[in-house]
Write a protein of this length. Structure first.
Length: 129
């Protein structure tokens, strides 16, 4: 097994494991980006064929968005813990003690998760230098 050097690679692998555990399927690809204190995880190919069909209509897309946001809110604790372990930074929380994180679902099968971190990382630590 190859060693993962960058935090982005480590977070991508954690996100894949999280989705596989949570939904029973792996994303086809994962991209992790950091801008300031905002961490974005984009996963392609994570929606089921039935979810993609539902997302075609505006009503279905809204229902799917709400479902995935609630599912994420209820189950994202382990992923937030992995992000904290990897980066050394907490995921910010709001007054209700839920993650300051958002999920956006697209009909093409892409899901984007956005986290607000409590601090910033240097480029050197992010890239594994």
């Amino acid at each position: 097994m190859t060693q993962l050097h960058s935090m982005a690679e480590q977070i991508a692998q954690s996100a894949i494991a999280f989705e596989e555990h949570r939904l029973g399927r792996r994303p086809k690809s994962v991209t992790v980006l950091l801008g300031g204190n905002t961490l974005a995880i984009t996963m392609q190919g994570v929606l089921s064929p039935a979810e993609m069909a539902l997302a075609v209509s505006a009503t279905g897309a809204t229902q799917l968005q709400q479902y995935h946001q609630q599912l994420f809110n209820d189950s994202s604790g382990p992923l937030r813990q992995e992000i904290r372990r990897i980066t050394g930074l907490e995921v910010c929380e709001d007054a209700k003690h839920t993650a300051t994180a958002a999920v956006q679902v697209y009909s093409v099968g892409t899901v984007v998760q956005v986290f607000l971190l409590d601090g910033r990382l240097s480029a050197e630590s992010w890239e594994g230098s």
